[in-house]
Design a protein around this ligand. Structure first.
Ligand code: SF4
Ligand code: SF4
Length: 67
């Protein structure tokens, strides 16, 4: 099964990953990181297909995908 992992401290809340995910796995959560940004979380991790579009589009290299 594919797994997506987000480094919350690297996230700047741009939402690119949320918009790019074809399975709507990701959401901007309700917690802030140490830099004051709401960070992206895998709200529906079981739906991840491992396409890695989110990791490719993230400008801050905050996402890793395993498959
Ligand atoms: S790897 Fe693909 S399906 Fe999984 S969270 Fe990223 S964009 Fe969505
Ligand atoms: S694309 Fe990267 S920086 Fe932007 S919200 Fe997603 S994880 Fe955060």
């Amino acid at each position: 099964m594919a797994r997506v992992e987000i480094n919350s401290e690297s996230c700047k809340s741009c939402s690119y990953c949320v918009i790019s995910c074809p399975k709507k796995v990701l959401e901007i959560g309700d917690k802030v990181n140490s830099r004051g940004y709401l960070y992206s979380v895998a709200a529906r991790p079981e739906d991840c297909i491992g396409c890695a579009l989110c990791a490719q589009i993230c400008p801050d290299a905050a996402i890793e995908v395993w498959r």
